[in-house]
Design a protein around this ligand. Structure first.
Ligand SMILES: CNc1ncnc2c1ncn2[C@@H]1O[C@H](COP(=O)(O)O)[C@@H](O)[C@H]1O
Ligand SMILES: [Zn+2]
Length: 430
């Protein structure tokens, strides 16, 4: 039997994955072009995620078709698709495109099942999946029915054992054995624990955000553990949602924020003062905000994934850290990221190494496996190389992520036991 790479076989914990950002490219295509049935087979045979050129060509097809149907204006998105160093604005245009394809009940169910199975297949043992409940009158969809479709997707997971809700109520544990470990060959059968975060999109109103929080509260028994604030960081103001976030917290939900994805220092400070239980991105913090983050000990999800950096935010962030780089700005105002990959790696190394060396809670994550063509295993492999860490340290990083998760204590301790057991049996010590 061929040996699996250690970063694939190692048990991992994913705390920051957006449902619609993690959709398989092959699924988007099949939804778009149902008549291309032979493509299904063809696509499964190829690892599309490894192949940026194909990935972009397919998005182009997708946009063209939607353009012909009059749903979007093709010329407005064409240039977005044919690049692999998209700016933030462009990334969010791509999300709008994906949402057009995925936002009906059956598709939401399908992508949920597939995303969970994809993470389980690379040995993610705990997944905190986040998604924005969406109302879409033309499809008879309410925020609640959107979430019901998500839960239905969790119920449909059948390739792996899944536990997606507090078993206190004895309702939703699926799979007979619950067996995570095969004594002879390490763990051969994965059971994945899944919990949900409901996202508020920065485009929404306070009333819509409140509806999301109330829905989350009603769905606590179905595995909803917290609230996330995300969406295009250049749109809206976080303060709009503060009453909803406070309410969520008062009612016992955990709160995580996308913080510092663009250099808005005032917002970053206010967000850190709110003391969210975790933050994502944190890439544009100037010196005093950086100090505040370090003092706060708020766990940070680090976007070391090269493709998740937009040029503009990167330059500002780097100079905030006192690092001077000479960006190659192209006509679209984007940094020539690919050409600077080596430099980037070394700068990200400095950034993450500072958190790592000072024992600041640090979590590796994918954000959007589909949109950024990545996987958690790939992120671990990149991080190991960039930070110069071995298997043992990477194993510890995965294990400590359990502590920063929002899962109930009972499951957290089961997961820690699992890591301890595997640590002994699989020798992640070299
Ligand atoms: C790249 N960095 C990011 N920054 C901020 N928000 C992001 C994001 N990546 C994803 N999202 C948020 O997640 C939504 C897609 O999943 P759901 O429809 O919720 O399942 C996006 O529309 C955006 O609101
Ligand atoms: Zn995110």
């Amino acid at each position: 039997m061929e040996m699996m790479d250690w970063w694939v076989s190692m048990p991992k914990v994913e705390l920051h994955a957006h449902l619609n950002g993690s959709v398989r490219n092959s699924t988007l295509l099949i939804i778009l072009i149902p008549s291309f049935d032979f493509l299904h087979f063809h696509l499964l045979a190829f690892e599309l995620r490894e192949d940026l050129t194909k990935f972009e060509l397919y998005y182009r097809e997708l946009a063209k078709e939607l353009g012909e149907k009059g749903i979007i204006v093709f010329s407005e998105v064409e240039h977005v698709i044919l690049k692999n160093d998209r700016s933030l604005t462009e990334v969010f245009k791509l999300f709008d495109l994906i949402h057009i394809l995925t936002t009906d009940h059956a598709t939401v169910t399908r992508i949920t099942k597939e995303v969970v199975e994809d993470f389980a297949a690379e040995n993610v043992v705990y997944l905190e999946l986040r998604t924005t409940p969406k109302r879409n009158d033309s499809r008879g969809m309410s925020k609640r029915s959107y979430m019901e479709a998500v839960i239905e997707g969790l119920r449909k997971v059948d390739v792996f054992d899944i536990d997606f809700a507090s078993t206190k109520n004895g309702l939703e544990e699926k799979g007979k054995s619950g067996q995570m470990i095969d004594d002879c060959v390490g763990f051969s059968r994965t059971k994945i624990y899944v919990r949900l975060l409901l996202s508020i999109d920065r485009r929404e109103t306070l009333a819509a955000a409140m509806e999301t929080v109330k829905l989350a509260l009603e769905m606590k028994d179905l595995g909803v553990v917290g609230i996330d604030l995300s969406g295009n960081p250049k749109v809206g103001e976080w303060i709009t949602f503060l009453p909803a976030l406070r309410f969520a917290r008062e009612q016992g939900l955990r709160v995580t924020l996308h913080c510092g994805e663009v250099p808005n220092q005032e917002e970053i400070h206010a967000m850190l003062d709110f003391l969210p239980e975790r933050i994502g991105h944190a890439c544009c913090l100037e010196e005093d905000a950086w100090r505040k983050l370090k003092n706060s000990k708020i766990p940070a999800q680090v976007p070391h994934n090269l493709s998740s950096w937009s040029g503009e935010s990167f330059v500002v962030w780097a100079s905030g850290l006192g690092l001077h780089i000479t960006p190659e700005i192209d006509s679209c105002n984007n940094l020539g990221l690919m050409g600077n990959a080596g430099l980037l790696l070394s700068i990200i190394f400095n950034f993450a190494a500072d958190l790592y060396n000072t024992n600041h809670p640090l979590i590796l994550c994918t954000d959007d496996t589909g949109v950024f063509s990545t996987s958690l295993s790939k992120e671990y492999a990149i991080a190991a190389t960039a930070f110069g860490l071995g298997k043992k340290e990477m194993f510890q990083l995965a294990r400590t992520a359990v502590e920063y998760s929002f899962v109930e204590e009972q499951v957290a301790s089961k997961l820690k036991d699992l890591f301890d057991l595997l640590d002994k049996s699989l020798a992640y010590n070299d």
